[in-house]
Design a protein around this ligand. Structure first.
Ligand code: SAH
Ligand code: SF4
Ligand code: F3S
Length: 372
């Protein structure tokens, strides 16, 4: 009995696919990299941009022929896209050969759903769920071990679907995180621990007693062993001096920081509900560069946010020039149903978005060449 997993989206999904693999191996399945040979195929989906959803629809459609060839094949779709009721409904109607459609909060029950799917199609999207503390993963990322420290997001950036599909912020208890990392370090295979959360700076605010993200990093560093620590992603609005110092002076911390700026223009940042200004962002970068001169800085940008003018886009170009990031991700704004920005007037035409994203990426390449 063989399984095949297709993962879309961010590191969070990559890590959750390691959970899916654990669940399936526990049920006696072994992995195959050929979909044609699989008895169970799982699509772990992403909803962040329209393109991410379209890609997976195309992929799922192509499974029809495999199901015809092997009627016992079980096809499951989970993740952020199928947490949304409209997408779940669309898959149910459009792809009758899909057996299981579940959301982000039901993932731990995938094993049961596979049993049920032998008799009937399964559709379930819970609206919230407890943190999964089973710590059962089949780690597949080489010498990097992902460790989830929190789930959800409270920020509601106006363009973003994540708060709607991942729920509110919930921090894992520090003792559970520390135990998991002790175990990982004991295994001796992992040199890098990457802590995961949509906004790791918010870690611990919901715990009793509260704990800061920096305090968590300090506790993790006390674990004996030869490993390095990094994290994704932090939000500029609440990055602290303590955190910057921790990256600078803690020898276990990898000297890199992914700090999504999204835009270099204050009006757009406000419309995005990012809660910082261009000046505040640059101030943080200055502090980081001063304390950690060899830091690897990376960022995310969105171009063509509703009403973004050419001049405002040039502010983004200018910010990228000023900071000289090691690398950036540049995305064309993609309206996500249910978010505030999707309803805004002044949506920017696609060709303008294409032009801006190309110019931004060209600038990035130029900077990389100069900095070499
Ligand atoms: N929680 C992380 C980001 C998660 S999404 C953070 O806040 O940093 C990863 C990136 O996708 C975001 O930084 C943003 O640049 C981009 N993104 C999110 N929603 C988008 C949308 N609707 N259109 C285009 N890009 C988007
Ligand atoms: Fe989305 Fe903003 Fe939360 Fe990041 S911080 S996941 S961009 S709402
Ligand atoms: Fe990640 Fe995509 Fe979900 S970016 S949190 S998998 S919407």
């Amino acid at each position: 009995m063989l399984y095949h997993i297709v993962t879309f989206g961010c590191q969070m999904n990559v890590h959750e696919s390691e959970k899916i693999a654990f669940i399936l191996e526990n049920k006696g399945y072994s992995v195959t990299d050929k979909r044609e040979d699989a008895d169970v195929i799982v699509f772990n989906t992403c909803a962040i941009r329209e393109g991410a959803e379209d890609r997976f629809f195309g992929n799922v459609g192509a499974l029809k022929r495999l199901k015809k060839a092997n009627p016992n094949l079980i096809i499951a779709v989970c993740g952020c896209a199928t947490q949304k009721a409209d997408t779940a409904e669309y898959i149910k109607k459009t792809f009758p050969f899909v057996d299981i459609v579940i959301g982000t909060f039901n993932l731990a029950k995938l094993g049961d759903y596979i049993d049920q799917a032998k008799n009937k199609r399964v559709f379930e999207q819970w609206q919230e769920g407890d943190l999964d503390e089973t710590q059962s993963y089949l780690r597949t990322s080489g010498d990097n071990a992902w460790v989830n420290i929190m789930q959800g997001c409270n920020n509601f950036c106006t363009y973003c679907i994540v708060p709607y599909v991942r729920g509110r912020e919930k921090s894992r208890k520090p003792e559970n995180i520390l135990n998991e990392i002790r175990q990982i370090v004991k295994e001796g295979k992992y040199k890098k621990i990457t802590l995961l959360g949509q906004n790791v700076n918010s870690y611990g605010k919901d715990l009793c007693p509260q704990m800061t993200f920096t305090e968590l990093l300090q506790e993790i560093s006390k674990i004996d062993g030869d490993f390095q620590i990094t994290f994704m992603t932090s939000h500029p609005k609440d990055i602290t001096d303590e955190l910057i110092k921790e990256i600078a002076f803690n020898p276990k911390m990898i000297k890199s920081l992914h700090l999504p700026a999204q835009s270099g223009n204050n009006r757009i940042l406000k419309l995005m509900n990012r809660n910082y200004t261009r000046e505040k962002y640059l101030q943080i970068i200055e502090k980081v560069k001063a304390l950690v001169p060899n830091i690897v800085l990376t960022s995310d940008f969105i171009v063509g946010f509703p009403t973004e003018t050419e001049e405002e886009f040039l502010d983004t170009m200018d910010l990228v020039k000023q900071v000289k990031f090691s690398s950036i991700f540049a995305f064309m704004y993609s309206p996500r149903e249910g978010t505030v920005a999707a309803k805004m007037e002044g949506q920017v035409p696609d060709e303008v978005k294409h032009d801006r994203v190309n110019r931004l990426l060209k600038l990035e390449k130029q900077i990389q060449k100069e900095e070499k």
